[in-house]
Design a protein around this ligand. Sequence first.
Ligand code: PLP
Length: 354
Amino acid sequence: MEIKITKTSAPKEKPDSSVLGFGKYFTDHMFMMDYSKDKGWHDARIIPFGNISLHPASTVLHYGSEIFEGLKAYRRADGKVQLFRPLENIRRMNNSAERLCLPQIDEKDGMQILETFVSLEQDWTPSAEGTSLYIRPFMYGNDESLGVHAVHNAAFVIIASPVGSYYKEGINPVKIMIEDEDVRAVRGGTGYAKCGGNYAASNRAGERAEQKGYSQVLWLDGVERRYIEEVGAMNVMFKIGSEIVTPKLTGSILPGITRKSCIEVLKAEGYTVNERLLSVDELGAALESGTLEEAWGCGTAAVVSPIGELCYKDVKYTINGGKIGKVTQHLYDTLTRIQWGKIEDTYGWTYPIK
Ligand SMILES: *Cc1c(COP(=O)(O)O)cnc(C)c1O
């Protein structure tokens, strides 16, 4: 496919890596392309970063037709920049698109777009320990009419943001509250799709947890409020005795690429990993008896995030003395070393940018 490139005439100064945070600074350019039912995807272009103009009746503003992805470009020790399993993001975006009746993007075109865009912006990938260039592809329905129907016009955009290290003062275990009132998703709904609407519906529980001093909530299934699903923007794993358990993908859980990578690493190293239903009662019993040895969240932003405390119905449980566990640390070290090119990638997960 042809991608037209218009470079900015006013390149910005790159922020110092000490001030980065998450998603506050943006690179000089963005990718954009439009879709219409009769023309398909067209007008693929990289243009100077700037505001997007929308018709006030645009579908996304009224009916929430929006999906997104998140992946990172990592600066290796030899100076080159690489992505981590980017094709997985494109495939997941197409699954999300299918669920929301948004148009899909050919995988080859998707890879070409990512590669062209990241290659142009790669100088924005910071090099300080733990920093990266966060890449945010997103798609929205853009029909200029208030009628409710499948989308006939859409736009696909990619922006990128240099981000700081998730762990500035070493890995800090997080405190998580099990949410038993609001639910994030139900089977048959949009839980497995990475769509903005899932986040809008999560905010209330997140706010309540924050007020009580917890950083995120752990969701239970939407029907029985009994089975563990995932944490905010991360999947979740537990080490119970010698078994590593993660909730199976029943349709209401987001299929994380970090989750998949953790499972593959653990299985390759001989751990017993089961994707199965895990009830809050079973988890509670394991907490009470002390067989719950480790718990962690996993997602692109933090890679692996140890859970030091769980709160359920106002009862607080400390996990592994509030410290990071052995398996959690091992997963963190393995994945980050592959991502930043510090060890050989025997899995074939990394994707160097030219
Ligand atoms: C993106 C996301 C994850 C993590 O997925 P990764 O591909 O590992 O980054 C988990 N849960 C939700 C709800 C998400 O949006």
